[in-house]
Design a protein around this ligand. Structure first.
Ligand SMILES: [Zn+2]
Length: 263
């Protein structure tokens, strides 16, 4: 648990990044996996907005005004563990959507959601989004499958937090984030942010990163970490493989995914 001293920019509505009426080519994987006519429905209802670092998209108990299909950047999902205290429970990116409460029929958020790395999103207003879900069952079904993916992902992370070492979890987190981009890359991230992501002290994170750097698995830079993805993957616990399995296309009925604890 950590103090809640970060100066978040609460309820910034986002600034339109581009004019409406463009020819859509969404980067968001959830939209791209839909049939073209379903993509058009969502994109026509959406407006592109910029996501700025430390911008708060949702807070616990706050009315959900929008759904955000993330295009670029990274967003942290945070649980509040007491007055003024938060701990991050996961990160989402261009393969994800923020606003699952609305998919499930709730109107208020159960999480604090804060932009960790600036980017862009396609934002749909709550009323429009609800009308779309009611009118087009295929879109609702696609998003409910995504909710199941998030459920499985969170279960695996809970197992990981309880049973694996900090070093394994650091490697798992870095490999997970780096592996979701096409190229091994520089992850814009401070030690404080990674400490909150994993719910451990900053000094513990610095020690683990220093160990990996000495092994040539990564380089620490100001506000960033350059990860050699294949090498850091070898230091991660088996949860990395299980997490990646949650994002495979819908499995056959006989081999549905369920979180497993592997040594
Ligand atoms: Zn693990």
């Amino acid at each position: 648990m950590f103090g809640d001293s970060t100066p978040y920019q609460f309820a910034d509505p986002g600034r339109p990044a581009q004019a409406r009426g463009r020819r859509w080519s969404p980067k968001n994987v959830i939209i791209r996996q839909m049939a073209p006519e379903l993509q058009s429905v969502l994109c026509d209802a959406a407006e592109p907005v910029r996501l700025r670092s430390r911008q708060m998209l949702e807070d616990v108990g706050m009315e959900c005004r929008y759904v955000y299909f993330i295009e670029t950047g990274r967003v942290a999902l945070m649980a509040r563990s007491g007055p003024g205290r938060t701990s991050e429970i996961g990160v989402v990116d261009h393969r994800d959507v923020v606003g699952l409460s609305l998919v499930l029929g709730a109107t208020r958020s159960s999480l604090r959601v804060v932009v960790q790395e600036s980017g862009e999103a396609l934002r749909v207003g709550a009323d429009s989004f609800t009308r779309i879900l009611d009118a087009i069952p295929d879109i609702r079904r696609k998003l409910l499958i995504y909710v199941h993916t998030v459920y499985a992902r969170n279960a695996q992370i809970a197992l990981c937090n309880a049973h694996h070492s900090v070093a394994q979890r650091v490697a798992r987190w870095l490999a997970w984030v780096a592996g979701r981009e096409e190229q091994a890359q520089e992850i814009r991230l401070t030690h404080d942010q990674l400490a909150r992501n994993l719910g451990v002290r900053r000094a513990t994170i610095s020690e683990a990163l220093g160990h990996f750097e000495a092994q040539g698995l990564l380089q620490r830079r100001r506000g960033a970490i350059v990860v050699h993805t294949e090498q850091i993957e070898r230091e991660a616990c088996s949860c990395l493989r299980m997490l990646r399995r949650t994002e495979e296309p819908e499995p056959d009925a006989g081999r549905r995914f369920s979180p497993l604890l592997c040594s």
